[in-house]
Design a protein around this ligand. Structure first.
Ligand SMILES: NC(=O)C1=CN([C@@H]2O[C@H](COP(=O)(O)OP(=O)(O)OC[C@H]3O[C@@H](n4cnc5c(N)ncnc54)[C@H](O)[C@@H]3O)[C@@H](O)[C@H]2O)C=CC1
Ligand SMILES: N[C@@H](CC=O)C(=O)O
Length: 816
């Protein structure tokens, strides 16, 4: 036999009661005659409590009472045959009249004792259960309404009465024996003391009633029907990827419930736990979903943790001082004091030096706690044996829970890595030696981010979400969006990474959506819904959203975003950039970026700064970290110039070939940056710095191949006009090379800490002779690659290869 308990939402409306009746019927057909325990209709207990409070202050409550009556009557009118309605209306009216009389009394006396409050609240369950038993009774003739107050016996601690299990179990068993053929509809939450006065079982009381009946009747299972799909890995309102756990142990369920998961109230599990009766959490609104089984042994799960729970508003108190060291009984005194004052302590942590104790309490208790502690330890405070207690508010507890954590190394490392990488400061830590739970105290503002980051870190079968903010929607930016969109599914399936573009900006507009911008329509969205661009507001928004696993991608060619890099790293956001300006300005700035990223545990990836998508920066990094030493670098690193010289043949003019390079997306926004050698210089500077040479821009000797008139042009259009005029200059260069059976190459060399870039004519014996398209080539001579240098060669410019390089850098952030 099973106990089926339905919570407030499951009895809260015509629709949910209809579902409840179907569930009961299905159970009756399959395993036979369940015992049904019901809560009050959703919101009714709170409303009754508020009405009682109002009455005790002389306020009116009649409107609310009327509402309450109508809510019940509406259900009856909908679900009960007309011929059966009158007796039920009559009985309910009697109950509502009793409530009214009671509240009148409270109002007259201006007094609301805990005993009276319990009596008032009891009507919620009595009305709902009576009504539903009658509705169910029209289909079957064996339903019976049971007022649990007649069977569940407690002490007189009104509001949270303590059950006399022995007597209660005898009474329940006796009653059940006498009514075995009946289907029992039992009021949850309410009980009575030995004088027969109504008491209540406190928060989660109806679950408790179900467990008490389950235990007394040795039920095969206790089903808790609610409005969620069982116990979830985290609060689904905060963690969208939270999922239901198929099974968990009593301990895990208790730990998860204690820290926030309101699905079941921990003490209610004790009777079930004692008799090893499984508790199944199921969803009335999705009755076919299997839900979560809470049971004794659940060894089958290989999840390292079962869930992450949280309490989102707590205060902590830190007490420290030499007076505590080696002083037996100090904590006893402190915590007995708090217990006496009814201050609930959520979590305690003490340093092994015994010099300090930190504990967490509800913020509403903070002022009282301060007062009583200062009073109790007045002498120690005066003698400076204790420092004045320090109170902090605006904090939250985040706890990971799971029995598999036990003796599994690396769990706390993973937790702290996920928090640290996202810049979440841990204020205090607590772990019991049982190893079922590791709790950390963090800022309340970081809770959402922390929950999502930790959830991503532990539930690796789910895709890790990277929240991407993209600046620049030109050639590279828009190609990146297309690639991300095209490869979204592949990335999820093969790399377990979900890239969510949450912010897009350019020089005109910016737009944010923390749920992810639809990349099919990003352009329309940005144009129609975007705000006017403002870079500092962009960065501020990025920080304020406080999302986990954030990446900022700079796909501009502008100096302005660089000014924010330091602030972005300091906000624990990784940066991926194809913009070379940041790394090629002063050496001190280059170093600052690297150091800041390292200090904050975030990534700074800029593979596309050199050779677009070619693996040059990463290759050099691997050489350096493995202890190699770069002796020299020889390279062609301008895709634009490479393309020009590889295609400047026949009748085509130099002007036209530059235009072609621009149309193909090889040039910088201003092609002079390529032709003057500035872009190439930036790349060499970055490589030299990565190779350990702290060069500045002026240390790179560049031989420009542009006539001065082109350099001096006021705009890109004017530059092209000048380039046309200078056609003969380039034609001569070409002819001279052809005459010598050579090709033109713009080559850089880094040697002995000096870098030069110049135009050369090379014959077919030179390794850089045979290039095509926008090829880049780089040859590293190092301690290990001395006889034959290491060479990387391939297309070194273009939107596709560059965006792919940016894409790979972003995915690499996700791989951490
Ligand atoms: N084209 C290529 O083959 C390669 C390009 N790169 C780099 O990629 C970057 C982007 O190049 P393209 O996409 O071709 O440039 P683009 O001119 O087509 O696009 C630049 C984008 O940045 C935006 N932008 C510029 N300044 C901004 C600011 N202050 N705030 C917000 N947005 C701003 C513009 O509105 C535009 O959307 C450049 O730094 C370039 O050096 C790197 C490797 C290869
Ligand atoms: N304009 C650049 C593009 C890559 O950085 C080039 O031509 O190499």
């Amino acid at each position: 036999m099973k106990i089926l308990k339905f919570g407030g939402t499951s009895v809260g409306s015509v629709e949910s009661i209809s579902k409840l009746l179907q569930i009961v019927e299905r159970e009756d057909q399959s395993t036979g005659n369940p015992v049904i325990v019901l809560s009050a209709m959703s919101g009714v207990t709170n409303l009754l409590s508020a009405m009682a409070d109002k009455a005790s202050q002389g306020g009116t409550f009649q409107d609310e009472l009327k509402q309450l009556e109508e809510r019940h009557f509406d259900v009856i009118k909908e679900l009960l045959a007309v011929s059966r309605q009158n007796p039920v209306f009559t009985q309910l009216r009697i109950l509502f009249n009793e409530i009214e009389d009671l509240l009148q009394g409270v109002s007259m006396l201006r007094e609301l004792t805990p005993r009276t409050r319990d009596l008032v609240l009891s009507y919620g369950e009595r009305c709902s259960t009576f009504m539903i038993s009658k509705i169910a009774g029209q289909e079957k003739d064996n339903t019976i309404f049971v007022n649990a107050a007649d069977l569940v016996k407690t002490d007189s601690s009104f509001g949270q009465a303590k059950v006399n299990m022995e007597l209660t179990e005898i009474l329940i068993r006796d009653y059940y024996e006498k009514n075995k053929s009946k289907m029992l509809f039992v009021t949850g939450f309410i009980a009575s003391n030995d004088e027969g006065r109504i008491t209540t079982l406190g928060r989660g009381g109806s679950d408790y009633t179900a467990a008490i009946f389950g235990s007394a009747l040795n039920a095969s299972e206790i089903e808790i029907w609610t409005d969620v799909n069982g116990m979830m890995t985290a609060d689904p309102r905060m963690v969208k990827k939270a999922f239901s756990l198929p099974e968990l142990s009593y301990t895990e369920a208790m730990e998860l419930s204690f820290f926030g998961a309101k699905v079941i109230y921990p003490p209610t599990m004790i009777p079930a736990f004692m008799k090893k009766i499984p508790i199944v959490i199921r969803n009335t609104f999705e009755p076919d979903f299997i839900g979560s089984v809470i049971k004794h042994n659940c060894d089958s799960s290989d999840l390292a943790i079962k869930g992450i729970s949280s309490i989102n508003d707590i205060s902590i108190i830190n007490i420290e001082g030499s007076g505590m060291v080696g002083k037996a009984g100090f904590s006893g005194r402190l915590f007995s004091l708090l217990a006496r004052e009814q201050i609930n302590v959520i979590l305690i942590t003490q340093s092994s030096s015994e010099h300090s104790i930190t504990f967490a309490i509800h913020p509403t208790d903070a002022a009282k706690a301060q007062r009583v502690i200062e009073h109790e330890f007045e002498l120690e405070l005066l003698a400076k044996k204790l420092e004045a207690p320090i109170f902090e508010k605006g904090l939250a507890v985040l706890a990971i829970v799971g029995e598999n954590m036990k003796q599994t190394p690396g769990i706390s490392g993973k937790l702290f890595h996920a928090l640290g990488r996202n810049g979440i400061n841990v204020r205090a830590i607590a772990q019991g030696s049982s190893e079922y739970n590791i709790s950390v105290i963090i800022s309340h503002d970081d809770l959402n981010k922390g929950l999502n980051a930790v959830h991503d870190a532990f539930f690796v079968d789910l895709n890790k979400t990277l929240n991407l903010f993209c600046l620049g929607t030109g050639n590279i930016g828009k190609t990146l969006f297309r690639q991300v969109q095209e490869h979204r599914q592949f990335l999820q399936e093969h790399n377990g990474i979900q890239i969510r573009v949450v912010g897009i900006g350019n020089t005109r507009k910016m737009y944010f959506d923390p749920d992810g911008i639809d990349l099919e329509n990003w352009e329309t969205t940005l144009d129609s819904a975007g705000q006017t661009a403002d870079l500092s507001a962009f960065v501020e928004k990025m920080k304020n959203l406080n999302l986990p696993n954030c990446v900022f991608a700079d796909n501009t060619a502008s100096l302005k975003p660089i000014e924010f890099y330091h602030e972005i790293f300091s906000s624990n956001i990784s940066i991926v950039t194809c913009n070379k300006i940041g790394n090629s300005s002063s050496y001190s700035q280059y170093k600052l970026f690297k150091d800041t990223a390292r200090t904050h545990g975030v990534d700074y990836f800029y593979e596309t700064n050199v050779g677009a998508g070619l693996p040059i920066v990463r290759t050099l990094k691997d050489l350096m970290v493995s202890g190699d030493r770069v002796l020299s670098i020889e390279a062609i690193l301008s895709g634009t110039i490479s393309y020009i010289f590889n295609n400047y043949k026949g009748d085509v003019t130099f002007h036209d070939i530059v235009k072609q390079a621009q149309e193909k997306g090889y040039t910088e926004p201003d092609p002079r940056d390529d032709l003057k050698g500035t872009d190439f210089m930036r790349k060499m500077l970055i490589l030299a710095r990565d190779a350990g040479y702290p060069l500045e821009a002026e240390d790179v000797h560049i031989e420009s191949m542009l006539p001065q008139s082109c350099i001096d042009a006021q705009s890109v259009d004017e530059f092209y006009a000048e380039l046309k005029k200078e056609g003969a200059f380039f034609e001569n260069l070409k002819k001279q090379a052809q005459a010598e059976r050579k090709v033109l190459r713009y080559i850089a060399k880094l040697e002995d800490g000096k870098a030069t870039i110049n135009l050369q004519m090379v014959d077919d014996t030179h390794p850089f002779y045979a290039l095509s398209g926008s090829d880049n080539i780089i040859s590293f001579t190092t301690d290990r690659y001395k006889e034959r240098p290491m060479v990387v060669k391939g297309p070194g410019a273009g939107a596709d290869v560059t965006a792919a390089g940016v894409f790979a850098d972003i995915v690499n952030v996700g791989a951490q």
